[in-house]
Design a binder for this molecule. Structure first.
Ligand code: HXC
Length: 264
């Protein structure tokens, strides 16, 4: 992935935590931050995958930036707090938090246990709350900061088989507004990116039936699926001074598909 839209080192001096940054869209965001001079700590549950991603991206970006892996489950507040301290010890005071950790699967409401629903709410929504509260307490309330929540357009289109993820992402969008309002005076910006269908991701391959993919593509106003870089670009924009008056925004990066999904 390479992107020359933004100046090479515009994030030099910044350090980011990206939860769920070990793979997929989260990894693409880590890649883009490193390319633009930002140190990154990747936080996730699977140590082997985190270590492999951090090592791969450190090799790729030989520009003096640091990429470290820190294992934690965003549902566990105490362990997450320790992981955040560990991250800052290695890459410096954190200025950007990307809440990307998420869990999902397809299930009808009748096939969803109470615990299954709660599990996704806990990972996505409580995880976002935990990470944001910790970043605020440790760094942002004194120095300002930037929180970017990865959301989705599921609740905007009310799809079948996704009540758990749709509810979780809707709550994240609501939290974005509340945190933006409550913390705006502390120079903290909080925004949500509502992610549409992005090619070459786990969500895409696991959650979309292959026989519907071409019809779906033709229904997208921009006539293509998104790329991981499209989401990384929005993160770069939201991390830059170009977005200094943007907070509490729920920004769709979906090729226009939220307006047309369900249309034939
Ligand atoms: C119904 C299911 C299920 C399924 C799990 N459960 N999979 N129910 N259908 N396919 C139920 C279990 O039976 C259990 O309920 C409860 O969920 C918790 O399951 P565990 O496996 O114990 O939980 P855990 O190990 O924490 O795993 C979390 C997970 C898992 C979300 C359930 O799928 C996971 O870790 N996935 C990896 C991360 C991931 O999904 N990444 C993709 C994100 S893509 P009971 O009642 O039996 O105890 C994404 C994109 C969103 O988020 C936007 C899309 C467009």
């Amino acid at each position: 992935m390479s992107n020359k839209t933004f100046a090479d080192n515009f994030l030099r001096g910044h350090s980011a935590i990206v939860t769920g940054g070990g793979s997929g869209i989260g990894k693409g965001i880590v890649d883009a931050y490193l390319e633009h001079g930002c140190n990154v700590a990747i936080v996730g549950r699977k140590k082997d995958r985190l270590d492999a991603t951090a090592a791969e991206l450190m090799r790729k970006h030989n520009n003096g930036t640091l990429c470290v892996a820190v294992q934690a489950d965003v549902r566990d507040y105490k362990l997450l707090s320790e992981a955040f301290d560990n991250a800052a010890k290695q890459i410096g005071r954190i200025t950007i938090l990307v809440n990307g950790a998420a869990g999902n699967f397809l299930a009808p409401i009748t096939g969803l246990s109470s615990n299954a629903f709660k599990t996704v709410m806990d990972i996505d929504t409580v995880g976002t709350f935990n990470a944001s509260k910790l970043a605020h307490e440790k760094w942002f309330k004194e120095n300002g900061g930037n929180i970017i929540n990865l959301s989705a357009n599921l609740h905007m289109t009310a799809q079948v088989l996704q009540v758990h993820a749709g509810a979780a992402k809707a709550a994240i969008d609501a939290m974005t507004g509340h945190m933006a309002v409550e913390w705006g005076g502390e120079n903290i910006r909080v925004n949500s990116i509502c992610i549409g269908p992005i090619d070459e991701t786990e969500g895409f391959s696991r959650l979309l039936p292959p026989n519907l993919i071409e019809d779906m593509r033709q229904n997208i106003p921009l006539l293509r699926f998104g790329k991981i870089q499209d989401i990384a670009n929005m993160c770069l924009y939201l991390s830059s001074p170009a977005s200094s008056y943007v907070t509490g925004a729920i920004i769709k990066v979906d090729g226009g598909s939220t307006f047309t999904s369900g249309c034939s």
